[in-house]
Design a binder for this molecule. Structure first.
Ligand SMILES: [Mg+2]
Length: 355
């Protein structure tokens, strides 16, 4: 058998291969109505009620760096990234299972801090931490969280329901998490330089970065948009498709279009980017739009609604309409501020195996 290394096929290539082997097991469980390929698996509990489940893993040196990440924040983020996938189905999260692989050098207090962060976030979302597993790790810390939620059949939103003419919308601001990551990486370099020169490093990380507070916060403490899901439920809005922005707007929009068999046209000047993100990009001589499109980890929601929902959507000040869904043959494009149409396929998101 020819052997490939995983970076050669990438994260999505690997998922494709796994789906081929695991896919047939779905047939044994007719009540499982959605398997691999959306933000959550979906299981039918009754005629109206569906259960949604997701899991996400955070690995030391791949997803976080303990030099720049307080463990309490890490615990909170591990919970939020999972709840974000539940929100992407327009569902309400209910309970979580938490598994940890812990290096033997870790003090017990650090794990307690991690759990305090998780418990705080769980309380915020109304989620119970209902069990899990712990193991020792020969390398770094590994945190795996699984969350289960509920949604009715008439409210659930899949990735595949968009159709031409629908409005493309996002919540919050994009690119902030990428800006925060750059700032933290710069801070880490300064810290390591001090250590190398045997100087004491006595900066208070959060205090010195006060002016970048929002960007750092969106990197270290992202919040799942359960508030938006509750707004949808109370306003009677059902997105025709939805996904959460974990890898960047560009790749998430492509997921929606591929699943829905549509194209899309979005507008650069409609993409919400905070002033702090723009300033940070300028400081780093980088491009805030690229951060918004490919930076990832913003954990905002990307969704589509029929055109006649515009008024209902506009009632919420944290939702921006950024474009519209087009027929599949028109492709997936962004129109920049000069009026040029750029193919979004050329601008893709973060691949954990390639970066
Ligand atoms: Mg997702």
């Amino acid at each position: 058998m020819a052997s490939n290394l995983i970076p050669e096929i990438g994260e999505f290539g690997l998922i494709g291969k796994i789906a081929k082997i695991a896919g047939p097991t779905l047939e044994a469980v007719p009540k499982l109505i959605e398997g691999i390929g959306d933000d959550c698996a979906v299981y039918r509990l009754s005629e109206e009620l569906l259960q949604v489940s997701t899991t996400d893993i955070l690995v030391d040196q791949v997803h976080f760096d303990l030099l720049t990440t307080p463990v309490k924040h890490l615990g909170s983020k591990a919970m939020s990234v999972n709840v974000s996938d539940i929100c992407a189905m327009n569902a309400i999260p209910r309970y979580a299972l938490v598994s940890l692989a812990i290096p033997p050098s870790f003090p017990v207090e650090m794990i307690e801090e991690l759990y305090r962060g998780m418990a705080n976030a769980a309380a915020e979302y109304g989620v119970a931490i209902a069990g899990g597993d712990t193991s020792s790790s020969r390398s770094g810390l590994v945190i795996s969280v699984a969350v289960t939620g509920e949604v009715t059949e008439e409210r659930i939103a899949y990735r595949r329901g968009a159709s031409p003419g629908d409005l493309v919308c996002v919540t919050g601001m994009l690119g902030g998490a990428a800006a925060g990551l750059r700032l933290l990486m710069r801070e880490k370099d300064i810290m390591l330089e001090h250590l190398e020169n045997r100087e004491t490093y006595d900066r208070n990380l959060m205090a010195d970065l006060e002016e970048y507070r929002n960007a750092i916060r969106s990197q270290l403490l992202p919040l799942a948009r359960l508030d938006i899901v509750k707004f949808f439920h109370s306003a009677g809005i059902r997105p025709t498709s939805m996904i959460d922005i974990s890898d960047g707007l560009s790749s998430e929009l492509q997921h929606i279009c591929r699943s829905s068999n549509t194209g899309a046209l979005i507008y650069e000047n409609s993409i919400p980017i905070g002033p702090e993100t723009r300033l940070t990009a300028e400081e780093f001589q980088d491009d805030a739009l690229t951060w918004a499109l490919t930076g990832g980890e913003d954990y905002e929601l990307l969704f589509t609604v029929p055109k006649d929902s515009l008024q209902d959507i506009s009632a919420h000040r944290d939702i921006s309409v950024i474009g519209e869904i087009t027929p599949p043959e028109e492709g997936i494009f962004i129109r920049d501020i000069y009026g040029m149409k750029i193919d979004l396929a050329a601008i893709s998101g973060f691949d954990h195996f390639r970066s």
